[in-house]
Design a protein around this ligand. Structure first.
Ligand code: SF4
Length: 184
């Protein structure tokens, strides 16, 4: 039986990520990413790469965002559109006893792909001439909620009655076992 796992796009392609500057966070996530991917490959697990909703809307020069900015009908519709072919692939694998779907792995902290944690703040508007910009930027916080892409994915799993059949976890350096337990 072939084991299959679906992962957020940047677990296989970090070039899709927003440009980051916190080297400590980058190193911690990268160490876990390498461990997760190598464990999966060494255990013969097949990896399906989900599309990146941010890269496919805003490209490589995008700013970092918070989830509030993506919680709108347009971002949700884009997420649904690019997820549809992957829900179909998931259904096909689940319908065939030759395959075992181990789950879906997102990226905690992301405004899009967070599963247990996403980032939240009341961010909007231009930077130019703005008072209190630093306070606005500093107001971003991690909250126990899904990012918008993962929220849409969860809705689609429910619509297809797959939510009981598919485990959704996340890659998060602070809680490494959440993703590693799926591929060990
Ligand atoms: S939107 Fe998701 S897949 Fe794209 S870079 Fe962010 S966490 Fe990775």
């Amino acid at each position: 039986m072939k084991k299959i796992i679906f992962v957020s796009h940047c677990i296989l392609n970090t070039a899709s990520k927003v440009v980051l500057y916190n080297q400590r966070e980058i190193d911690a996530e990268e160490a876990l990413r390498l461990k997760f991917v190598s464990t999966a490959l060494n255990n013969g697990i097949q990896i399906v790469q989900l599309p990146c909703p941010e890269f496919t809307l805003y490209g490589s020069r995008r700013w970092g965002h918070v989830s509030n900015q993506f919680d709108n009908p347009f971002f949700r519709q884009h997420s649904r559109k690019i997820l549809e072919p992957f829900i179909q692939q998931l259904k096909e694998y689940l319908s065939n006893d030759s395959f075992q779907v181990l789950g879906i792995v997102g990226i905690d902290g992301s405004p899009s792909c967070g599963v247990d944690y996403t980032c939240e703040a009341d961010w909007y508007g231009s930077f130019e001439g703005r008072h209190g910009l630093q306070e606005t930027l500093d107001s971003a916080r991690l909250v126990n909620r899904k990012g918008i892409f993962m929220d849409v994915l969860t809705e689609m799993l429910k619509e297809e009655h797959l939510d009981d059949k598919v485990t959704v976890r996340s890659l998060y350096a602070g809680e490494p076992d959440k993703c590693l337990d799926l591929v060990r």
